[in-house]
Design a protein around this ligand. Structure first.
Ligand code: PMP
Length: 360
């Protein structure tokens, strides 16, 4: 069967060449005589895979010295707990910006362990924008500030990062990591679930400034404790070895494309194709406010539920799948992560145009 264009928000599309490489190496990894899945995580052959994965990731992200990179399990949601548990040995206070469903969930989880101040929220407006960070006054005594750089469900993104002074900035970058350049030195901690721009689900990357380790609440479970994980090379227990290997293939693929700057240009081009069409369409319209539009998740509606449903079916019949929007927004969402080629965005525009002609 021919492969479709998969616009899923995650788990999301993976480039075919990555899947083919994984297939070719599945039974016997290089000259090792076994699959990566069968390797001991303590063996030199897996240690080499892990070291290469970390190195290529650091190179792609431009991770400066003084930061640790960990590939952990439990997805981004586990980090909603890990963040306060690791950073709250002192005052037990943090500022959160509520810019979407996952930002909200992160704050709700942190509230279980200490004092959370929601410094700004777009919840009342169904998260159609990201609060203006320049107008937020941050707490003087917060242990950290938490943001979500891209809001997957609502299709919004921070254009400007907040300046939080000495307070470490912690970012959930699950849905736009490696899709555009970020200056890692501006962050205390970055974390991201893998299933959008990195590889298969079940893996989470944590980039933590080294001096922030060692502040964990004594009750922080060992598995969630970044310092314990760092001291054990991310192997407090058996890591997701195959997920790490798949991430490595993904990172190598991205490097081959020209790295983050090159994919960023491609991502801007894909998003522009879709938003330009939406802005000129008589039938479809984007739901996120223009200046906050995501480059990764394009949310749109027709304004009529039946027409939305009909469009999702029509698109699927043309090989464009998983375009149904999240129930909180309705309508459609086209997730166009790094692995979505420009051709996929072009085809989506063509199909929207054809559908619009039928409806009119
Ligand atoms: N944060 C963001 C921004 C997300 O998009 C998601 C998942 N879609 C999560 C967190 C939760 O990720 P996970 O399922 O890996 O826990």
């Amino acid at each position: 069967m021919e492969r479709v264009f998969n616009f899923s928000a995650g788990p999301a599309a993976i480039a075919q060449s990555i899947l083919e490489k994984a297939r070719d190496e599945l039974v016997c990894y290089r000259d090792k005589g076994m699959s990566v899945m069968e390797m001991s995580h303590r063996s030199p052959m897996f240690e080499e895979i892990l070291a290469d994965t970390v190195a290529v990731f650091k190179n792609l992200m431009g991770v400066p010295d003084g930061y640790d990179v960990l590939f952990l399990q439990g997805g981004a949601t586990q980090q909603f707990s890990a963040v306060p548990l690791n950073l709250w040995a002192g005052r037990g206070k943090a500022d959160y910006v509520d810019s979407g469903n996952f930002a909200h969930l992160a704050a709700e989880e942190a509230k279980r362990y200490g004092t959370v101040k929601i410094t700004a929220s777009s919840r009342e407006d169904n998260y159609t924008y990201v609060p203006d960070v320049d107008r937020i006054s941050w707490s003087e005594d917060a242990d950290y500030v938490h943001i979500t750089t891209n809001n997957t469900i609502y299709g919004t993104r921070y254009g400007t990062l907040p300046n939080t002074g000495k307070t470490p900035l912690v970012a959930d970058m699950s849905s736009n990591i490696l899709s555009e350049p970020y200056d890692v030195s501006k962050f205390g901690v970055i974390y991201a679930g893998a299933q959008k721009n990195i590889g298969p689900a079940g893996l989470c990357v944590v980039v933590a400034r080294h001096d922030l380790l060692g502040r964990a609440n004594p009750l922080c479970p060992k598995l969630l404790n970044w310092e314990d994980q760092q001291k054990n090379d991310g192997m407090v227990n058996t890591p997701n070895t195959f997920g790490i290997y798949m991430a490595k293939l993904g990172f190598e693929w991205l490097k081959g494309l020209g790295g983050v700057p090159a994919v960023y240009e491609q991502n801007k081009a894909k998003a522009a194709l879709l938003y330009d069409f939406l802005d000129n369409s008589k039938l479809f319209k984007g739901t996120a406010q223009r200046e906050h539009r995501s480059l990764m998740n394009v949310t749109f509606v027709t304004g009529n539920k039946d027409a939305d449903e009909a469009f999702v079916k029509y698109a699927a019949a043309h090989g464009l799948v998983n375009l149904k929007g999240h129930r909180n927004v309705g309508g459609m969402r086209a997730s166009i992560y790094n692995a979505m080629p420009v051709e996929g965005a072009r085809k989506l525009v063509d199909v929207m145009k054809a559908f619009e002609r039928i409806e009119n």
